[in-house]
Ligand binder design. Structure first.
Ligand SMILES: CC(C)(COP(=O)(O)OP(=O)(O)OC[C@H]1O[C@@H](n2cnc3c(N)ncnc32)[C@H](O)[C@@H]1OP(=O)(O)O)[C@@H](O)C(=O)NCCC(=O)NCCS
Length: 179
């Protein structure tokens, strides 16, 4: 039996988007295994089995606290975790939110789910007071960059960053959330 979860923040198709907590670590480890392709792209290999737990539960950008971090999970009705979203409030500046991660289980990609998910996510972010959204996409992630460009994100700058044992160029992108 799954422990009862909190209220859904929003829904997309049959999936509920809910806050992720420490208790979801076992589900995050399993999702991380299924998403090792994406994690390797950023962190090199081998991927730390705790990587998604860190991404969605504990990791913070400089100067932020856990009160600003929203690790969200996309859950099927049976409680299976099929995607993760990490957003941080007011980073790097007030009104701008930072999307640290959006990842779907490979079996749920390229069917329009990511595109559909962005609609209620943007709506929810606006409700939280976000006026713009920023993210960084790896030079090794062409499909990701196409996805964000279709979502209205525009290039801001390129930065070099090192995660795990891998150094990459990241394209920093942002879009306004104002209507
Ligand atoms: C990026 C990501 C979240 C996008 O979600 P998604 O559900 O796969 O995206 P969509 O299906 O809405 O669109 C992606 C592709 O599917 C195609 N597509 C859209 N609707 C489709 C449908 N109904 N049937 C088949 N293909 C479809 C799109 O044309 C697009 O193709 P392209 O990117 O090769 O040009 C997801 O692919 C993912 O988790 N990828 C790995 C992690 C990642 O790269 N995250 C983002 C970078 S930080």
């Amino acid at each position: 039996m799954m422990a009862p979860r909190g209220e859904a923040l929003f829904e997309v198709e049959a999936y509920r988007v809910q806050r992720i907590s420490e208790e979801d670590a076992p589900l995050l480890r399993k999702l991380g295994e299924r998403c090792s392709d994406h994690l390797e792209l950023h962190y090199g290999s081998p991927v730390d089995p705790e990587q998604l737990v860190r991404d969605l539960v504990t990791d913070l950008p400089p100067g932020k606290s856990l009160a600003d971090k929203f690790g969200l999970g996309l859950f099927e009705s049976a409680g299976r975790l099929v995607g993760g979203i990490d957003v941080v409030r007011d980073y790097p500046e007030p009104g701008e939110w930072y999307l640290g991660l959006l990842v779907l289980d490979p079996r749920h990609r390229a069917q329009g789910l990511g595109t559909k998910l962005m609609v209620p996510l943007v709506h929810w972010l606006r409700g939280q007071g976000a006026r713009s959204l920023r993210l960084a996409v790896s030079e090794h992630n062409e499909a990701g960059r196409r996805f964000w460009t279709r979502q209205g994100f525009e290039p801001v700058k390129q930065v070099i960053a090192e995660f795990g044992n891998k150094q990459s160029v990241f394209h920093v992108m942002r879009r306004t959330l104002e209507e």
